[in-house]
Design a protein around this ligand. Structure first.
Ligand code: E4P
Ligand code: PEP
Ligand code: MN
Length: 472
């Protein structure tokens, strides 16, 4: 078992001098000798160990070859030849599981990808926060309501959102349910993306009714018509559109924060082709802002798997930390292996990001830079909802592009929390959602997500930023 952990507060992983990189042999369980932050206090260690054993015997969810294919697509992102779109729920839940929700999440990501591809004339690498995004780091260990203090909700992988002692007690059996929901979700995603749903000839059908009636929806409608005409044009020119899979299938990848290392370890398997270890719970894994301690368990674990990985960087990240993270997580210096996801907040991005981008550039560290404009912009509204303002999200995104333009580096992608539903969780956007409307449809189990219209609006804005970046 790993050591007992002091929870880290919201201020990020913090600084500190990096201890020397040791040369111990990595194994899927070598993280257990390191401190792991943000872990639940599982009441029954034996039950947790039994669950790990059960998961180890289950089939992998993704294959090593797929993770390698994503790595090479991310290398193209790093060279500025493609753009990364990573998005989905803050926290997937057992309750919101269903074919319609999966389809609608895929729809909004496909719509965004079309807006970006068409607008910026760049291929878009599509990565969902899906099929495994069930564990949450939190600012505090407990939550108090009316004088009653209970363990905080840490995601459906750990406990339930309901505020009762029973619901909030961590239960490792939930990890098995996570696995099965992830498997079913992936299965449907594979069917949708390979079986005709993601066919470019169906581009108009991804616009949901409630979106179609909005300004973004109408803009999308026009775009879809142009694409349909372009396909007809290609056919008329003799291009075999019918039989070319490029037009009928898409690559869609899965990702989540690798927070619960018992789960990740159990799904880590040796690739028979290369002999290398891969975390087969998802194609891409990332380390959160609160668990990126250089000598911590999360960095240790992900340093040894062959998947493409991400690290979130908050406003307190230092140049030394970023360099050391790159040294540990990408010692071979392979482009596509490491994505740095900055989440500084609209107020801090302009001050904090340039120094990091410059250092990475000057040291020739091969990374993909992506922008998470959500997590540095969270606040509680006067009427008590955890929310974000769409304008702040856009401001941080614009700053991200401006910094990269200034430094001559590649703004590789965006990482957003979104849903295909018509929720009211983030303020602003063309619908001008205000405080008083947040309660109308606030359904997130953790952080506020962009709704379908806000997400589409974001994609159009980013496409414009990419166009300006190209012409600039
Ligand atoms: O996405 C996760 C949240 O940002 C994280 O859980 C922190 O949220 P909290 O401050 O409500 O705990
Ligand atoms: C917790 C998250 O992000 P961060 O680690 O950047 O706070 C998240 O992506 O949901
Ligand atoms: Mn979140």
């Amino acid at each position: 078992m790993h050591p007992t952990i002091a929870p880290l507060r919201d201020e990020g992983a913090g600084g500190g001098v990096a201890p020397p990189v040791d040369d111990r042999t990595w194994t899927p369980s070598s993280w257990r000798a390191r401190p792991a932050w943000q872990q639940p206090t599982w009441p029954d260690g034996d039950a947790l160990a039994a669950t790990s054993g059960e998961l180890s015997a289950l089939p992998p969810l993704v294959f090593a070859g797929e993770a390698r294919a994503l790595r090479s697509q991310l290398a193209a992102v790093g060279r500025g030849e493609a753009f990364l779109l990573q998005g989905g729920d803050c926290a997937e839940t057992f309750a919101a599981f269903g074919a319609d929700a999966i389809r609608d999440k895929l729809k909004v990501l496909l719509q965004m990808a079309v807006a970006l591809t068409y607008g910026a004339q760049l291929p878009v690498v599509k990565v969902g926060r899906i099929a495994g995004q069930f564990a949450k780091p939190r600012s505090g260990d407990t939550e108090t309501r009316d004088g009653v203090e209970l363990p905080v909700y840490r995601g459906d992988a750990v406990n339930a959102l309901e505020f009762s002692e029973e619901a909030r007690t961590p239960d490792p059996h939930r990890l098995v349910q996570v696995y099965h929901q992830a498997a079913a979700t992936l299965n449907l995603l594979r069917a949708f993306t390979r079986g005709g749903f993601a066919d470019l000839e169906r581009v108009q059908q991804w616009n949901q009714q409630f979106v179609a009636e909005s300004p973004q929806g109408r803009r999308y409608e026009q775009l879809a018509e142009e694409i349909t005409r372009a396909l007809a044009f290609l056919k008329a020119c003799g291009v075999d559109v019918e039989n070319d899979p490029t037009f009928h299938t898409v690559d869609f990848w899965t990702s989540h924060e690798a927070l619960l290392l018992e789960y990740e370890e159990a799904l880590t398997r040796r690739d028979s082709l290369t002999g290398q270890w891969y975390d087969c719970s998802a194609h891409m894994l990332w380390i959160g802002e609160r668990t990126r301690q250089l000598d911590g368990a999360h960095v240790e674990f992900l340093s040894g798997v062959g998947n493409p990985i991400g690290v979130k960087l908050g406003p307190k990240s230092t140049v030394d930390e970023v360099e050391e993270l790159a040294a540990r997580l990408n010692p071979e210096g392979e482009l596509g292996r490491l994505t740095l996801i900055s989440r500084m907040g609209a107020q801090h991005a302009g001050d904090r990001l340039p120094e990091l981008v410059r250092a990475v550039r000057d040291r020739g560290l091969p990374v993909v830079w992506s922008c998470d404009p959500m997590h540095g912009n969270t606040f509680t509204s006067d009427n008590g909802f955890k929310t974000r303002h769409f304008e702040d999200v856009l401001t941080e995104t614009r700053t991200f592009f401006a910094v990269h333009a200034e430094e001559g580096t590649v703004p590789g992608g965006i990482h957003v929390e979104l849903t295909g539903e018509d929720v009211t969780e983030c303020l602003g956007g063309a619908q001008e959602i205000v405080d008083g409307q947040l309660g109308t449809r606030y359904e997130s189990a953790c952080d506020p997500r962009l709704n379908n219209r806000q997400a589409l609006e974001m994609a159009f804005q980013v496409a414009e930023l990419l166009r300006t970046d190209e012409s600039g």
